[in-house]
Design a protein around this ligand. Structure first.
Ligand SMILES: Cc1ncc(COP(=O)(O)O)c(C=O)c1O
Length: 368
């Protein structure tokens, strides 16, 4: 039997043809018609202006620079997330300050954030920005988060790396905050092999990001540089792959949601709960995540799946527990620590067949 992965790329004939068309067009460099069209299509999907980049992490780095984050600044960020959300803060020489999740959506807890901002205001130590993560394909509760950040005059960056195609109160992931980022890494809901995008309302913001991402090259024949730039652009070839994926995105989301429904039906009586989906959320089904009543049962299920060559993973280890960030300030209440100890991500990729999902269910439910 073949190995079942958590979230492998769903690519085929359409992507291959798009890639070869771009190759044959001669636009091999990180500029060209597919890159321009990919940005326009992403902009249309999110209602913003887009600049396509080499990774979601690069997009986060440029987003932080765009809101003026400097060495020594504080930046609040969800603790329950992948390291990239905070790594980009460290690239700026700034200090990540970790805020815990709530049990409503598993995303940043708006009242913990409000308390943390009030305390920071009292001590005249407001952060330069708040990075809000849309975890596992579900948006955070933006109304209260944006209200409190506006009240304190703090910029918001939406880390929607995992959430393309999700909505919050009918507005698309990527449309929130001053800037937003998406990732097209190989494990995401759609992929460009590796890649990301920065989204903003003002084209001047994305133009400046595009310039910084191209080594801050002034348009002189000898390339004039008045500031330090980055080599962060996406290749035209990968943009072509992305365009083919974007056309299939809604179908891939539907398949992930079908897989989630299959797990929910089969595991309805198991001693676990699924990630909650509040009524204001339409998530994209990126990963089916469950929380076991007993962490020992979670470990036994994970071991049984591994023995059957099925990949599963605990929920994200909160960043405030990661050795790289132990000196950071935290506003936590134990929520993400419990989710980490009890939680598991199940194989969820849109390439999985019903038989694959049934094999996962059989193995999981027969664990000792
Ligand atoms: C929440 C989150 N933020 C940021 C990133 C970084 O994206 P990339 O891998 O494209 O750099 C990822 C995924 O990899 C992610 O899951």
């Amino acid at each position: 039997m073949s190995r079942i992965f958590l979230s492998s790329p769903d690519v085929g004939g359409a992507e291959r043809a798009a890639l070869l068309r771009a190759f044959d067009s001669g636009w091999i460099a990180p500029l060209g018609p597919d890159l321009d069209a990919f940005e326009a299509e992403l902009g249309e999907r999110t209602g913003r202006h887009a600049v396509a980049l080499a990774s979601g992490t690069a997009a986060l780095h440029l987003a932080l620079l765009a809101v003026g984050v400097e060495p020594g600044d504080d930046v609040f960020v969800s603790t329950f997330t992948f390291a990239a959300s905070a790594n980009a803060i460290a690239y700026c020489g700034a200090n990540p300050v970790f805020v815990d999740s709530d049990l409503t959506s598993w995303n940043m807890n708006p009242s913990l954030l409000a308390d943390a901002l009030a305390e920071a205001a009292r001590t005249n130590h407001l952060p330069k920005a708040v990075v809000v993560v849309d975890l596992y394909g579900q948006c955070a509760d933006y109304d209260p988060i944006l209200d409190v950040c506006r009240e304190h005059g703090v910029a918001v960056i939406e880390d929607a790396a995992e959430a393309l195609g999700a909505t919050y109160r009918d507005r698309p992931a990527g449309a929130f905050g001053d800037l937003a980022v998406l990732s097209f890494n190989g494990n995401k809901i759609m992929t460009t092999s590796g890649g990301g995008v920065l989204l903003a309302d003002d084209p001047a913001t994305t133009d400046r990001a595009r310039y910084l991402a191209t080594q801050a090259r002034r348009p002189a024949v000898h390339y004039e540089h008045t500031e330090i730039g980055f080599n962060y652009r996406l290749s035209n070839l990968l943009a072509a792959l992305g365009r083919a994926q974007l056309e299939r995105l809604d179908g891939m989301i539907d398949r992930r949601l079908e897989i989630n429904a299959r797990y929910r039906a089969a595991l309805a009586d198991a001693p676990l709960t699924f990630m909650p989906v509040p009524d204001w959320s339409r998530w994209n089904g990126w990963l089916t995540c469950v929380v076991f009543d007993d962490p020992d049962v979670r470990d036994a299920v994970m071991a049984a799946l591994a023995a059957d060559d099925i990949e599963s993973r605990p929920l994200w280890k909160p960043l405030h527990l990661q050795p790289a960030f132990t000196t950071a300030t935290t506003h936590v209440d134990g929520t993400s620590e419990r989710l980490f100890r009890h939680g598991l991500c199940l194989p969820s990729g849109s390439v999985l067949t019903d038989d694959d999902v049934d094999r996962v269910i059989r193995t999981a439910t027969s664990a000792p």
